[in-house]
Write a protein that binds this ligand. Structure first.
Ligand code: SAM
Length: 431
């Protein structure tokens, strides 16, 4: 099973290639030296990651030819807005109509959208977000694998179950275990994009982490995102040189005062400097914040979305704060699913064209239908946990994580069935 279909290289100049999926064109960076016009390739996150033998590519494309267009049609039908999709609230109707024409809601309008009380109004915002997602990104949905290589951490984030002061049993996957798990995800299960995640200063030095990235890149065709916390500008450079091309690093909250309260000894500026340095180096940026933090306001959430956009995020990663029973925030409630959905939908309205919006595992933990709801509210990216089962429960950042005990094969089966039912293609197409 593959999570992106082969593309045909139509044009290539310097390191920029035009590739085509059944006639739909996209630009991709080509760092491989053996690619020429007429080749078939896999691309991910805007990077060409692998060349395929033409016969193999054509065989795969034959299986996709009809399905590709059928899924697009189903998605377009489901995402269409009808004559009944009109609000009796004139202000809301105006905001949504303008959003459909590409006008970004102002900050005060955005706050209004987060504060809507009527079920019908909230539903209409989500439908509009889904409409915009379809208009700009068609039915593509990225499927990344995430491998949690260690739960060691030196930080004491107030909400996190694996923070330094927690008494969770610690693990650090060995070099061989990491290579084997990555290899299984890529070779056996077909992932084209992997996130390697851990706590900060996770028991491996930056040099060792870079060796791990380089070893995976040397063995397998894959786009690697790193998510090891604040590794410093030199650390980012070493990881990039080793082959990492994406950084997943949430700023958690754009409210600097709240940030410092929740992250003793750290500040928001340093987090943002990392994200800016990474972007300048050429990393794809995945970032965002927590929704429902104690003390967080709707204005903060709107600022979170604006900040994510200003950081050039190619993927928005927003998920709920889930109280960990052993943390000092244990007594605070988790947000309602509808509030998280409201943020995802607003993010799509405010950044319709630019970005992928991730349906996070934390959000999926809120209800069994959360993934579907998120995908129908502007979301177009999901993650599948490929961490070996024996370590999953130890990556205990919050309780009752969705899919915690599910094998990779089961998660994939479920995800692909859900995507198919919604008309989504597990591809990396779109603008
Ligand atoms: N060390 C890396 C870093 O600093 O980004 C990655 C590991 S950290 C555990 C990954 C993410 O888990 C954080 O960005 C945070 O948003 C999320 N997280 C931690 N505790 C959480 C909780 N109780 N509820 C929801 N998300 C949580």
């Amino acid at each position: 099973m593959c999570y992106t279909i082969p593309a045909l290289v139509e044009n290539i100049k310097n390191k920029s290639a035009t590739i085509s999926y059944f006639g739909e064109r996209k630009t991709a960076v080509c760092e491989l030296t053996n690619i020429a016009c007429g080749d078939y390739v896999y691309a991910q996150g805007g990077y060409i990651i692998e060349k395929l033998p033409p016969d193999e590519a054509k065989k795969i494309l034959i299986t996709w030819e009809d399905l590709f267009f059928q899924l697009q049609e189903l998605d377009a039908t489901r995402a269409a807005l009808g004559s009944a999709d009109i609000s009796s609230d004139d202000i809301l109707q105006g905001i949504l109509e303008r959003a459909r024409q590409g006008v970004i809601p102002s900050q005060s309008e955005a706050v209004k959208l987060l504060n809507l009380e009527s079920v019908a109004s909230r539903g209409l915002v989500r439908k509009t977000a889904n409409y915009l997602r379809q208009q700009y990104h068609k039915n593509s949905c990225c499927v990344h694998g995430i491998l949690e290589i260690s739960n060691y951490c030196v930080r004491n984030c107030a909400y996190c179950g694996i923070c330094a002061s927690s008494n969770v049993t610690r693990y650090r996957m060995s070099f061989t275990e990491i290579i084997n798990a990555a290899g299984e995800a890529i070779d056996k299960f077909g992932f084209k994009s992997l996130v390697l995640q851990s706590g900060q200063e996770c028991g491996y030095t930056i040099r060792e982490l870079a060796e791990i990235v380089a070893a995976i890149k040397a063995r397998f065709p894959v786009l690697i995102f790193v998510s090891f916390g604040e590794v410093g500008v030199e650390g980012l450079r070493q990881l990039y040189q080793a082959g990492a091309r994406g950084l997943l690093l949430r700023f958690e909250t754009s409210n600097a005062v709240l940030y410092e309260k929740l992250h003793p000894g750290y500040n928001l500026d340093s987090r943002l400097e990392h994200l800016k340095a990474a972007y300048a180096m050429g990393y794809l940026i995945a970032t965002g914040g927590l929704v429902g933090l104690p003390g967080q306001t709707e204005e903060d959430l709107v600022n979170d979305i604006l900040l994510t956009s200003s950081l050039h995020a190619e993927m928005f990663s927003f998920g709920p704060f889930l109280p960990h029973p052993a943390s000092c925030l244990a007594k605070y409630p988790k947000p309602l699913e509808q509030d998280v959905l409201g943020v995802l939908a607003l993010a799509r309205l405010m950044c319709a064209e630019k970005t992928k919006i991730l349906i996070t595992t934390a959000y999926e933990t809120l209800s069994s239908l959360a993934r579907e709801h998120g995908l129908m509210a502007g979301g177009n990216s999901i993650m599948i946990n490929v961490t070996p089962l024996k370590y999953r429960a130890l990556y205990n950042i919050y309780p009752h994580r969705a899919h915690e005990n599910e094998t990779v094969a089961l998660q994939i089966r479920q995800a692909l069935a859900e995507l198919k039912a919604l008309g989504r293609g597990p591809t990396d197409l779109g603008s």
